[in-house]
Design a binder for this molecule. Structure first.
Ligand code: 5AD
Ligand code: SF4
Ligand code: FES
Length: 345
């Protein structure tokens, strides 16, 4: 029975593809799964929640992912590109709010050449924070240059490990190149973050089981799981979208199988449920990525509709999230929050 599988996974951190699929299909055990993931989270990464300040610095993207509002064929959003000085200034303010990690995220914007990007990374690294970069698929040489400039981590979601589905929803992109990127990042000594979307049209529970096993196979350091939310400005505007509960289940299973990884309570979870991030933190997650982007740029970084905090300031979000974390009996970490690999694994 599914309960026995969950109990076994809680101690052994292993499940087969068929077992994962069975748990995903069985909604009678959801609360048991969430509670098990919460215990594994507590045992391996503890009560601390790591905050990563998210800087969204350009919404210009050369790619055309069918689910994403930043896709190049979307002419219904206003585009922005911050200058390097603006980005560094935003980062300085975020560091002053106490963020120990800053995440530099953008669309695949070619204005940010490797020279410009390394300059920005160096200046932000000098603030004494851990630097995560999330700007898409680049060459090995570029990844190496960012690393030498001080980048500690890189986020690149695989989105789905179903090759056909990937190439359908990310037209013009190559699944093999995405894998190559993740391998390069690992070889260069980054902490590697990846993740997937839940509820893409055509995605099956079997495919989600593959995603979970993929994260385990590459021993991902960070795994972000979020529901796909249909965006009216994209070809997938009439799609159904992912469910909060299914995304939560996948996240909990990831915690069971990768007990010492860092797992964010994603913004998309909160966009579907007003308590989504706190529920996620109580179902296996141990990281939150509050937005530290300022002014209208938040609204313009329109990946999907209903994105939270679009009218809030960095200071407001910082206080808001601290209060919420304390209200569920957890504590905001004051370290950079690198993955601590469990000794027995
Ligand atoms: N719904 C949810 N998440 C989305 N992303 C892009 N578009 C959507 C959407 N419509 C996610 C992708 C990407 C991350 C930055 O945002 O997974 O990796
Ligand atoms: Fe660009 Fe990323 Fe959106 Fe794809 S998901 S269109 S690469 S910003
Ligand atoms: Fe932005 Fe709560 S985190 S308003």
């Amino acid at each position: 029975a599914s309960v026995d599988l969950i109990a076994r996974a809680e101690s052994a951190h292993e499940l087969t593809h068929a077992e994962i699929e069975q748990i995903l299909a069985d909604d009678s055990i959801n609360d048991i799964l969430f509670a098990a993931a919460d215990r594994v989270r507590d045992k391996y990464v503890g009560e601390e929640v790591h905050l990563r300040g998210l800087v969204e610095f350009s919404n210009i993207c050369k790619q055309n992912c069918r689910y994403c509002g930043l896709r190049r064929d979307n002419h219904d959003i206003e585009r922005f590109r911050q200058t390097p000085d603006e980005i560094v200034h935003m980062a300085e303010k975020a560091a002053a709010f106490g963020y120990k990690t800053l995440v530099l995220q953008s669309g695949e914007d070619e204005w940010f050449t490797v020279e410009r990007m390394t300059d920005i990374i160096r200046r932000i690294k000098a603030l004494g924070v851990a630097v995560t970069v999330s700007i898409g698929e680049k060459t090995s040489e570029d990844y190496q240059a960012y690393r030498q400039a001080g980048a500690d981590r890189y986020l690149l979601r695989i989105e789905t490990t179903d090759r056909a589905l990937y190439e359908e929803h990310d037209p013009g992109m190559s699944f093999d190149n995405r894998l190559r990127c993740l391998e390069d990042l690992r070889a260069l000594g980054y902490e590697v973050g990846t993740g997937c979307l839940i509820g893409l049209p055509g995605q099956t529970l079997s495919s989600l089981a593959d995603d979970i096993l993929f994260f385990k196979k590459i021993d991902a350091d960070m795994i972000g799981v979020g529901p796909f939310i249909p965006n009216p400005d994209t070809p997938l505007k009439d799609a159904v979208g992912g469910s909060f509960t299914l995304a939560r289940k996948v996240m909990s299973l990831v915690r069971l199988l990768l007990p010492d990884s860092n797992i964010p309570a994603t913004t998309a979870m909160e966009s579907l449920n007003p308590q989504g991030r706190m529920i996620a933190l109580q179902s296996g997650a141990n990281v939150v990525m509050p937005n530290v982007t300022e002014g209208n740029y938040r609204r313009m970084y329109a990946l999907y509709p209903g994105k939270i905090c679009i009218n809030d300031t960095p200071g407001h979000c910082r206080n808001c999230i601290t209060g919420k974390i304390q209200a569920i009996g957890r504590r905001v970490a004051d370290t950079q929050g690198f993955r601590k690999k469990a000794p027995d694994r």
